[in-house]
Design a protein around this ligand. Structure first.
Ligand SMILES: [Zn+2]
Length: 301
């Protein structure tokens, strides 16, 4: 399958993006879709979790994890990509405006972190969710997102087209490769949406998002073990000219012993010196015209 594996800026070997999914309470107290479409304004605030436990775990992400991540990125002069449900932007506009103010990318992540498998036969409902999310970004963050990450990495057959209609330039929710590709190259009848592949092994939730039994739960892992996995994947993917996309959640990675893994990974990136570390929006802007040129050349041959 055709993927983009360089050339990268300044002769770098490959690219890397630090991405953060800001689910806040929806990671622990998921919302059910409203009967009349996505909730917003007063209707949104009526819908609060009935149990404080899940709510408080999400709040840790916005109160502690997010500022800790932003402080670390500022100290190191690194920019990341933050994917946020629109309803969270509406609830905590000041916290999320800091992301924009400090020069990071903000991308769409559903409105109430909806389970999109419920919308597999309802493209209009899915379109309303995206429009509502984008409206919250425009109102509170002063910009339209150009990137998208689906809640729980779930994509329907119509999702790619809806994203492109709304001016989304890339998605980062699917697997299939270790370098950017177009959906049209991988799946039948899909549009030319640029995809930055992800993986569960490159997600902090896999190792640390713990739930009480009998729910699906991750065991807590030794940070050295997670670091070794991420470093091996980073070196392997960069060695083949791809893009290493790491997915973290402020409520999960924000603990001290886990932030250490990120710091060590960034130390490794600095020591190597051949990795282009940038938000996915910047990597997309580099890849897109070059991929289009590659396809045109292939078509002419
Ligand atoms: Zn999420």
């Amino acid at each position: 399958m055709h993927t983009f594996r360089g050339p990268w800026p300044e002769g770098k070997s490959g690219a890397m993006a630090l991405t953060f999914d800001c689910d806040v309470t929806y990671a622990y107290a998921p919302a059910r879709p409203g009967p009349d479409g996505p909730r917003t304004g007063a209707a949104l605030f009526e819908k609060q979790p009935k149990r404080l436990q899940g709510y408080s775990r999400g709040l840790y992400g916005v109160n502690v994890g997010l500022p800790r991540i932003l402080d670390m990125l500022k100290r190191r002069g690194v920019s990341g990509s933050f994917y946020i449900p629109g309803a969270n932007v509406e609830r905590w506009p000041d916290d999320f405006r800091r992301i924009v103010d400090e020069g990071h990318e903000v991308g769409a992540h559903g409105h109430e972190h909806e389970n999109l498998s419920l919308y597999k036969d309802d493209p209009d409902g899915e379109r309303r969710i995206l429009e509502t999310c984008i409206a919250a970004f425009e109102k509170h963050l002063g910009q339209r997102p150009t990137g998208y990450r689906s809640p729980a990495w779930d994509m329907n057959l119509h999702s790619g087209r809806i994203l492109m209609e709304q001016g989304i330039a890339y998605d980062s929710s699917l697997f299939a490769e270790e370098a950017p590709y177009l959906l049209s190259a991988a799946y039948p009848d899909q549009p030319d949406l640029l995809e930055f592949p992800i993986d569960w092994s490159l997600d902090d939730a896999t190792y640390y998002m713990w739930f009480m039994p009998p729910h699906l739960m991750a065991q807590f892992h030794d940070p050295d073990e997670v670091f070794r996995i991420w470093q091996a994947e980073l070196d392997g993917i960069i060695g083949e000219g791809g893009v290493f996309t790491l997915t973290c959640h402020p409520s999960v990675i924000g603990r001290h012993h886990r932030m250490n893994i990120l710091e060590r990974l960034l130390d490794h990136v600095t020591a190597r010196g051949d990795i282009w570390l940038a938000p996915l929006s910047e990597i997309a802007a580099w890849v897109q015209p070059r991929m289009a040129r590659d396809s045109a050349t292939e078509a002419a041959e």
